[in-house]
Design a protein around this ligand. Structure first.
Ligand SMILES: CC(=O)N[C@H]1[C@@H](OP(=O)(O)OP(=O)(O)OC[C@H]2O[C@@H](n3ccc(=O)[nH]c3=O)[C@H](O)[C@@H]2O)O[C@H](CO)[C@@H](O)[C@@H]1O[C@H](C)C(=O)N[C@@H](C)C(=O)N[C@H](CCC(=O)O)C(=O)O
Ligand SMILES: Nc1ncnc2c1ncn2[C@@H]1O[C@H](COP(=O)(O)OP(=O)(O)OP(=O)(O)O)[C@@H](O)[C@H]1O
Ligand SMILES: N[C@H](CCC[C@H](N)C(=O)O)C(=O)O
Ligand SMILES: [Mg+2]
Length: 523
């Protein structure tokens, strides 16, 4: 999967930092890359067998060898004898992280790393930090939900935080291409699944913690503990300035502030936090603020909207503060981020509607996004959203209740149903919306109520019908998918982009309301 052209290392050189590795068979083979998926093994790769949520890589070792793996790394001996060396280890994920770091010559040792964790705001904060560091003249790499980027390179991500082998490969290429600073999102999955083992950060940022991923972590406490590992296990020890940048207004953030007091630089809206606004205004055009930092006050102006983005800006200022970046680069870098793809993204139109596409897929993100948008609407607020399949089911009614509280018209639809039945997912959401007193309507009703909800599992139709029935002055919020360009149905990934669908619907609406001009080809 990630073989580097012409790069090869003796197998034994990869095992130097792997505790308790036992090699069965000849050990003098060379390794050309690391692979965790047998289907993507290239000749010469070391295949690492990982046990997963659905299957177990150990089942595929023979497949990997057939495809040319030079060795396999396992936790259990295969039942049949193999023609290649077998490396037995106690913990394959930990071993893979150590082997990958050795294979790529420990690139992190010469990179400055900013790691950002938290439930919401990681991507936005990472782009703000990137922009500030770039304005300070540094060569920056980014790893996160919107892609892996540095210099001219831009790669689409499989995951927000890639597995250890892919991650070390990214670090290797960034370093080779002259990157000095890497800003990356560190997901709780990554921390739990040892994707960032051996990676130590100069700065760690905690944005916030609220309900998500309980399917994977089981409880909020375990979810918090996964995030906490960034600060407990992954910080460089040599740092002098406070390097843990933590949201002091967040209840879980306050626990980190207490636990790691000496190393923390807190941010928040009041003066108890080290970094806080002295004054701020939030408006339709963005944010204006004067922010207190340990190096003095800085005036910032951003076209990002809302209190949620003020938090992201404070987090970004905290992150670069401990890297010693100048205040002029801070102001310039923040001003340079005009928008973040799929986050509170406004779709210009001539229908008199405000249409906003946003990636909120947690109750808290939805609440924070709608809180700032409500103030911009002169008419009703429509909330079109769904909840992902094969993901935390317990957040569904909670998101329904948020939609019901902040929206006048709620349209429950599908968002990546994956292997679940879309009808069952919307049924999980519905009681939450009903709990806010909303009564069901149909898009076919001649007269729509001023407030209510409907269900339309076909997301395209849900968006089209909403844009057809909304009235000038209304605000249409399309939540959950943001930048995504697909809809996952079963195991099929089909092209789908909220922004494309909404723009088509806006064009249709405009054509209906301006038939003469359309016919005459005026626009
Ligand atoms: C929970 C999780 O992280 N799942 C990842 C995991 O899937 P899994 O545990 O189901 O794997 P599995 O299908 O049981 O397979 C086990 C092993 O057998 C291997 N295999 C499988 C079949 C085969 O023919 N040959 C073979 O070798 C697989 O490559 C794998 O190594 O291993 C897969 C292969 O690497 C990943 O694609 C998959 O991530 C999926 C895409 C995913 O959606 N992950 C999400 C939950 C995630 O990690 N998200 C966070 C961000 C969350 C946030 O910030 O909100 C992220 O960092 O992206
Ligand atoms: N600081 C914040 N607090 C709460 N909600 C936020 C914050 N920043 C952004 N959001 C909301 O969360 C959504 C996702 O934001 P962003 O992509 O920056 O977060 P993320 O943590 O990277 O998400 P993911 O975990 O899915 O990668 C936004 O579309 C917005 O609705
Ligand atoms: N990183 C998140 C993204 C969710 C996006 C939403 N559209 C969904 O599919 O639930 C996850 O994998 O849970
Ligand atoms: Mg993200």
């Amino acid at each position: 999967m990630i073989s580097e052209e012409k790069r090869a290392k003796p197998l034994m050189a990869l095992l130097n930092d792997v505790p308790n590795a036992r090699v069965i068979g000849p050990s003098d083979v060379r390794v050309f890359g690391l692979a965790t998926d047998s289907r993507r093994v290239r000749p010469g790769d070391l295949f690492v067998a990982l046990s997963g949520l659905h299957t177990d890589g150990h089942v595929f070792v023979e497949d990997a060898v057939r495809r040319g793996a030079s060795a396999v790394l396992v936790e259990r001996l295969p039942e049949t004898a193999l023609t290649v060396p077998v490396v037995m280890v106690d913990h394959a994920r930990k071993a893979m992280a150590a082997a990958a770091a050795s294979f790529y010559d420990h690139p992190v040792r010469s990179l400055s790393l900013v790691g950002i964790t938290g439930t919401n705001g990681k991507t936005t904060t990472s782009l703000l930090v990137e922009s500030i560091l770039a304005c300070a003249g540094l060569r920056v790499g980014v790893i996160g939900t919107l892609g892996y980027r540095w210099g001219e390179v831009k790669e689409k991500p499989d995951m927000t935080t890639p597995d250890a082998a892919d991650l070390q490969h990214l670090f290797f290429r960034m370093k080779r291409d002259g990157v000095s600073h890497v800003v990356m999102e560190v997901s709780s999955h990554a921390l739990e699944l040892h994707r960032v083992d051996g990676v130590f950060y100069d700065v760690g940022v905690f944005t916030n913690l609220s309900q998500d991923h309980l399917d994977f972590h089981g409880s909020m406490e375990r979810y918090f503990n996964a995030k906490r590992r960034l600060f407990a296990e992954h910080m460089k020890e040599s740092r002098h300035a406070p390097s843990m940048v933590v949201n002091g207004d967040d209840l879980y953030g306050q626990r980190l502030v207490q636990e790691f007091a000496a190393a923390v630089c807190s941010f928040g809206l009041d003066s108890r936090s080290t970094i806080h606004p002295l004054r701020y205004t939030l408006g339709a055009q963005g944010i204006e603020a004067s922010v207190q930092t340990p190096s003095g006050a800085v005036s910032i102006s951003s076209s990002l909207m809302g209190r949620l983005n003020l938090y992201n800006i404070l987090a970004a200022i905290g992150a670069v503060q401990s890297l010693g970046i100048s205040m002029s680069a801070v102001a310039e870098g923040i001003a340079a981020v005009n928008s973040v793809e799929g986050r509170l993204q406004r779709l210009d139109n001539e229908c008199g509607l405000q249409v906003v596409v946003d990636f909120a897929h947690t109750p808290d993100a939805m609440e924070k996004a709608l809180e700032c948008l409500r103030e911009l609407a002169s008419g009703r607020v429509w909330v079109v959203f769904g909840c992902g399949g094969d993901r935390d089911r317990t957040k569904r009614p909670v998101m329904g209740a948020v939609a019901g509280r902040y929206g006048d018209m709620v349209v429950i639809t599908s968002d990546n149903p994956r292997t679940e039945n879309p009808e069952a997912i919307v049924k999980d959401i519905e009681p939450g919306v009903q709990s806010t007193g909303k009564v069901r309507f149909s898009f076919e009703d001649e007269v729509l109520p001023l407030s209510g909800y409907t269900i339309e599992v076909d997301r395209r139709r849900a968006i089209r019908e909403t844009i057809r029935r909304a009235e000038p002055g209304d605000l249409v919020f399309i939540g959950g998918k943001g930048h995504e360009t697909y809809q996952i149905l079963g195991t099929q990934v089909r092209p789908f982009d909220d922004r494309v669908v909404a723009r088509e619907a806006l064009a249709q609406r405009r054509a209906r309301t301006m038939p003469t001009q359309a016919a005459e080809g005026v626009w």
